[in-house]
Design a protein around this ligand. Structure first.
Ligand SMILES: *Cc1c(COP(=O)(O)O)cnc(C)c1O
Length: 472
């Protein structure tokens, strides 16, 4: 337990020691064994550089770029670099946001507010689009039209057919997070343009690696602003640009497209508020750290990192292909390895892999998609990948021996029945009371069997159980 407001201040050394101890219980952010959440290039000295840059600008406030021109210069540099990498041209403009979710919310907001005459605006996405679009639609009260995919990729014809007079935005992924496949962007862009609707490419995940994979010869479609009809694109610098958390870039083809993204308000006694993004006050730290990261790695460095990712992906994909009991679920064409079961319980397998130090991300069944295990592969995995095959084989054989987990008999539940008391007793019964999340197969099996609305209610209840203030 940490007392965040001690009676008397605590010496710096002690504070830092406490933080380091707390960090000890986290999953490993470095070392190429965590396949979600973190992006590690394994470059000597880069962490120290980013940390120092963060410290230089951490107290600078992005609220007003005229007061802090350093931040304006750094943001313009990041937007310029992203535009150069992603097919931008002279008119391209953009914003630096705090992350992919914020970039997508703002792309939807700009599209919605470009059409004040449409009273119930709609957003068309493929079913594989990131959940952040649903969040944007929810926050902004935009109706979501989710279009089934053809295989794992967006179906351009079906998406075109889903466009209605109220549609303000069409979106697709390059690549999708769950499977790492690139939607047919040129075809969708053409259909959106024909209908006069904005088209956003969500390259939050892979926007900083796809250009390099393509340069290295990967057979991937055009996906960026060079494609006519693409009106905006987002790329997270805290993913494959390997910057510390808190930085994404949203690009628009031109200034007119960006304008409705701004919020302006002069009708109060304080300063006139002009915000291109959701937050007002924000730290310059992440932005400075991103600039330092990009400048330190450079274009040639990102190319080399993409080579490492490509090699690591091939090694991991081969391990999956060669192991009885699992199979590749999606073509490993970018930076994701996504595997499905061929006779083994995937949730037990995920626990067995974790027990061997490989932290993967289970994905639940969805529509016709079976449960899968997702691996986000970053450059640091190049060094660890060769030892994956043996552990995968042994994890599969242990998972086989254990068989599927037995799910406790639960009464039929509906989302309305989920109370804090029920969640607390379920968590206790499943052994989650003590904060040990290493045995998740039973939990994941229950969640997998639950329809989406029930799964949402269960997990919301569980998180809200965890998110309680430290005892007073
Ligand atoms: C990560 C991701 C997002 C959301 O980004 P956050 O930075 O987590 O807010 C959106 N789209 C895709 C494809 C992503 O991978």
């Amino acid at each position: 337990m940490i007392d965040a407001l001690p009676e008397k201040g605590v010496p710096a050394e002690q504070v830092l020691a406490e933080l380091r101890e707390l960090r000890g219980s986290d999953l490993p952010t470095h070392g190429g064994r965590l396949f979600a959440y973190v992006y590690d290039p394994a470059l000597d000295g880069l962490d120290e550089l980013a940390r120092a840059a963060h410290a230089i600008s951490s107290h600078v406030n992005g609220l007003d770029p005229t007061a802090f021109p350093s931040l304006l210069a750094m943001e313009n540099a990041l937007v310029g670099a992203a535009a150069r990498l992603l097919g931008g041209s002279d008119g391209t403009v953009g914003s630096v946001t705090s992350g992919g979710t914020e970039s997508l919310i703002l792309a939807v907001k700009a599209a919605r507010d470009a059409h004040p005459e449409i009273s119930s605006p709609r957003l068309v996405i493929p079913s594989t689009a990131h959940a952040a679009f649903a969040k944007a639609a929810h926050y902004l009260r935009v109706e979501l039209d989710v279009v089934p995919t053809k295989g794992l990729k967006a179906d351009p014809q079906a998406m075109g057919a889903a466009v209605r007079p109220e549609t303000v935005l069409v979106a697709a992924s390059a690549p999708s997070y769950a499977h790492g496949v690139v939607d047919p962007i040129p075809e969708i862009a053409a259909l959106a343009a024909e209908r006069g609707v904005r088209f956003h490419v969500d390259a939050c995940f892979g926007g900083w690696i796809l250009p390099y994979l393509r340069r290295l010869g990967a057979d991937l479609p055009d996906f960026d602003l060079s494609v006519p009809g693409v009106t905006s694109i987002s790329v997270d610098l805290h993913k494959y640009a390997y910057a510390p958390k808190g930085v994404s870039v949203l690009l628009h083809r031109d200034e007119a497209l960006r304008r409705p993204q701004y919020f302006a308000y002069a009708d109060w006694p304080g300063y006139t508020m002009i915000n291109p993004i959701i937050s007002s006050t924000r730290s310059g730290g992440p932005i400075a750290a991103a600039v330092a990261t990009l400048r330190s790695i450079g274009d040639a460095g990102y190319r080399d990192l993409a080579v490492s990712v490509q090699e690591a992906v091939s090694i991991l994909a081969a391990a999956v292909t060669e192991t009885d009991g699992v199979r590749l679920y999606a073509p490993a064409e970018t930076s994701v390895v996504c595997l499905a079961s061929d006779g083994v319980d995937l949730f037990v397998l995920a626990d067995e892999l974790a027990a061997r130090g490989w932290h993967t991300q289970p994905q639940m069944a969805y529509g016709d998609f079976p449960p899968t295990i997702h691996l986000t592969v970053t450059a640091s995995v190049r060094a660890t990948a060769p030892s994956f095959a043996a552990d995968l084989k042994s994890a599969v054989s242990s998972a086989r021996a254990r068989g599927p987990v037995e799910i406790p008999q639960l009464p039929p539940l509906t989302p309305e029945m989920i109370t804090p008391e029920l969640i607390a007793s379920l968590a206790e019964g499943l052994g989650l009371g003590g904060g040990d999340f290493s045995q998740m197969a039973a939990v994941n099996s229950i969640l997998n069997a639950a329809p989406p609305a029930l799964r949402e209610a269960l997990l919301t209840g569980f998180l809200s159980l965890l998110q309680r203030p430290t005892a007073l």
